[in-house]
Design a protein around this ligand. Structure first.
Ligand SMILES: [Zn+2]
Ligand SMILES: [Zn+2]
Length: 424
């Protein structure tokens, strides 16, 4: 069959049984430009001298194309109330269509063919667009549509998936004792008990719970998440320009929201516990980027020393910390993190004594270094450590993240990670 002329192939198809223009057209989809499948089918039928066939009588689609207007109408109904700039149709083929397609490809092979399913998707999209109000700027997006409609050809049912909306921002945590995300009560595992006052929560609130509601309300979404670029300890503050995060809102009805208003509301309602800044629209890709961000961080810690030390001894010990640190997963997190030895760098370590047994120190170090253990040594798990170099037990009593040096820059509407080692 190689080298067969289009007209000859069309004749063979037309003589095999009644076939509609669209289905005929799909065998020649990549032939020429600027024609729809229906137009191609029509032209070839005319040239081959065939008679017109309705979709209902077509042995290939068995009437699928005549159902398109109804599916498009149902999709428009489902989409009502959901702001969207992009959409996509998909079909779950029925066993019948799959078998017919296979038969077509085997018996009437064509170098220009595309599956009937693809023409169905396209036609659904075309008719859907026609149902939208005048002036709607809505287009097909194959990659990540706001709304996706799936037509099940077996059952005739249509369903809609609503893509999450994403927003980038940074948060500052100005008080201690707040986890980044909700923690279930340790006693009841979240069911609610006397210990947690029947809230099911170990901590009364979290950064997520202070930030998310304003987004959910503005977007009229059905739940969501805060994805942080790492997390500080519950008892540590997060200062400076804050920690990058991406908020995900599920099944949003609104995607264009007033971010300034949302920020103002969060900052007012969080009552000085948490602040957000730099809110921007974002895309799903940013979740992974933000979660994988291993940014350098600047910390300030208050350290208690078991015995008095001199300023000079402290200075020398801190100088000895600059360089590579070998750190085994801390004892306190070993139950939930893989037990392994990491190598992380301390770029800077400075400090001063507040009293002979108390110091304030600052570290600039690589992301992923545990600072409490850098001070205490964690029973030999972290080497070197401040305690080891001073030769006396030492521990952090207060910790602040002063800055997350993440190098996230805004480039037009999307965010990108840039290599920038300016602070080194
Ligand atoms: Zn057909
Ligand atoms: Zn409880």
């Amino acid at each position: 069959m190689a080298g067969m002329e289009p007209l000859e192939l069309a004749r063979r198809l037309l003589s095999a049984g009644p076939i509609c223009d669209r289905c005929l057209g799909t065998r020649f989809a990549r032939l020429g430009h600027g024609l729809s499948a229906a137009e191609r089918g029509q032209l070839l039928r005319a040239a081959a001298g065939g008679v017109e066939v309705n979709s209902e009588d077509c042995w290939v689609c068995g009437g699928l194309f005549s159902k398109v207007p109804e599916w498009a109408r149902r999709a428009a109904e489902l989409a009502q109330g959901y702001e969207h700039a992009t959409f996509l149709f998909g079909v779950h083929p029925s066993p019948r269509l799959e078998a017919v397609q296979e038969f077509l490809d085997e018996r009437f092979p064509s170098p220009w063919a595309e599956p009937v399913r693809r023409e169905l998707n396209r036609e659904l999209g075309r008719q859907y667009e026609r149902l939208l109000p005048e002036g709607s700027e809505v287009s097909v997006d194959f990659h990540r549509p706001d709304l996706q409609f799936i037509v099940d050809l077996e059952t005739g049912k249509i369903t809609m998936k609503v893509a999450s909306a994403f927003f980038f921002g940074r948060y500052r945590k100005l008080v201690r004792g707040i986890p980044q995300t909700h923690w279930p009560c340790r006693a009841c595992r979240g069911r609610g008990c006397e210990r947690c006052n029947f809230t099911g929560k170990q901590y009364p609130t979290s950064v997520e719970e202070l930030i998310l509601p304003a987004f959910l309300e503005a977007c009229q979404g059905e739940g969501g998440h805060l994805h942080g670029a790492g997390r500080e300890d519950i008892d540590a503050r997060m200062l400076g320009r804050g920690r990058p995060f991406v908020v995900e809102v599920k099944a949003p009805r609104r995607r264009t929201v007033d971010l300034e208003e949302i920020a103002a509301r969060i900052n007012e309602e969080a009552g000085g516990k948490v602040e957000v800044l730099d809110l921007r629209p974002a895309t799903a890709d940013l979740v992974k980027k933000v979660k994988d961000l291993h940014a350098d961080k600047r910390y300030r810690a208050r350290v208690t020393l078991e015995r008095p030390v001199s300023e000079e001894a402290l200075r020398e010990a801190l100088a000895g910390l600059v360089g590579e640190i070998k750190q085994r997963t801390p004892i306190r997190v070993r139950h939930r993190r893989a037990d392994l030895v990491r190598r992380r760098r301390v770029h800077q370590a400075t400090g001063k004594l507040l009293s002979p047994t108390e110091a304030e120190v600052e570290f600039l170090c690589e992301g992923g270094l545990y600072v409490k253990e850098l001070v205490s040594g964690d029973e030999g798990g972290t080497h070197p450590s401040l305690a080891e170099l001073l030769g006396i037990p030492a521990r952090v009593t207060e910790l602040d993240v002063l800055e997350v040096l993440d190098n996230l820059r805004l480039r037009e509407a999307s965010l990108s990670c840039e290599e920038d080692n300016a602070h080194r």
